[in-house]
Design a protein around this ligand. Structure first.
Ligand SMILES: C[S@@+](CC[C@H](N)C(=O)[O-])C[C@H]1O[C@@H](n2cnc3c(N)ncnc32)[C@H](O)[C@@H]1O
Length: 243
């Protein structure tokens, strides 16, 4: 039984999908996608699992770039239905399940995840699980909200001259953060950089790359109020190898 996901609320899902499709059509540099894709190994023949695959964009990209077996895992039934609809011309297996409970037994070459792991409360358990899913020397690439972005929810602070600064109070206070998003309560988990690093290390991963994407000027012009700035990363991408 999969926990009810906010992504299964019809109003939330429609708003999210609309925003995602607009982003893909226009300012996707607001997100970590180009930087995350730049870290990918040569995809030819690789077996790949995408954790929190959403509508399957990455898996279709992997298929177009010659990847072999492709599996998408997501806890939202609506996301999986949409992914299947958008992937009719592709050979991709989609599984509706939670990271914590789904049981894949294959040894994958690549585990990919985009903006999903900040929903997970126990990141050590997740990395241990991914380590078991990957073959030796397999690659893990994932993006999450950057710790300086996830630390605090009331983010921009204006002084009396309306100069705005970004607050990072709460940076070391690891744990749950609740916010409103498309009319729903979204529960995410903040952790400082050291927690991400140490959990990877303890689960047997060797960190090889970190990317802190910077939005384009065009994106900044449109979306600064959404929390973007040229000198403060919104997302972080990690690449690690199963040692
Ligand atoms: C922000 S969306 C990102 C979707 C896709 N990776 C992308 O970048 O377009 C996060 C996705 O993670 C999924 N997700 C969150 N927590 C999950 C969990 N514990 N198990 C499986 N999927 C989860 C959600 O259902 C949602 O589809």
């Amino acid at each position: 039984m999969v926990n009810k996901s906010i992504y299964d609320d019809i109003t939330f899902f429609s708003s999210y999908l609309k925003a995602q499709d607009e982003r893909a059509a226009g300012d996707m540099n607001a997100f970590a996608i180009p930087e995350q894709y730049a870290l990918l190994p040569i995809m030819e023949g690789l077996s790949v699992i995408d954790m929190g695959c959403g509508t399957g964009d990455f898996l279709r990209y992997a298929a177009r770039n010659g990847a072999g077996r492709l599996v998408g895992l997501d806890s939202s039934e609506r996301m999986i239905r949409e992914a299947l609809k958008r992937s009719e011309d592709y050979e991709i297996d989609y599984i509706c399940g939670d990271f914590a409970t789904a049981s894949e037994t294959e040894a994958f070459d690549l585990c990919f995840s985009s903006l999903a792991f900040h929903y997970v409360s126990d990141i050590s358990a997740l990395f241990n699980r991914i380590s078991r899913l990957l073959r030796q020397d397999g690659t893990l690439i994932f993006s999450v909200e950057h710790p300086v972005a996830s630390a605090q929810l009331a983010r921009w602070h204006a002084d009396e001259k309306a100069n705005e600064t970004w607050g990072v109070e709460g940076y070391l206070a690891e744990g749950e953060r609740k916010s409103r998003w498309f009319g729903q309560e979204a529960i995410k988990f903040h952790r400082p950089f050291s927690s991400w690093f140490n959990a990877l290390q303890t689960a047997g991963f060797r960190l090889t790359n970190i990317s802190e994407p910077c939005p384009s000027q065009n994106t900044l012009d449109i979306r600064r109020k959404a929390g973007l700035a040229s000198d403060r990363p919104a997302f972080i991408v990690f690449k690690a190898i199963k040692a």
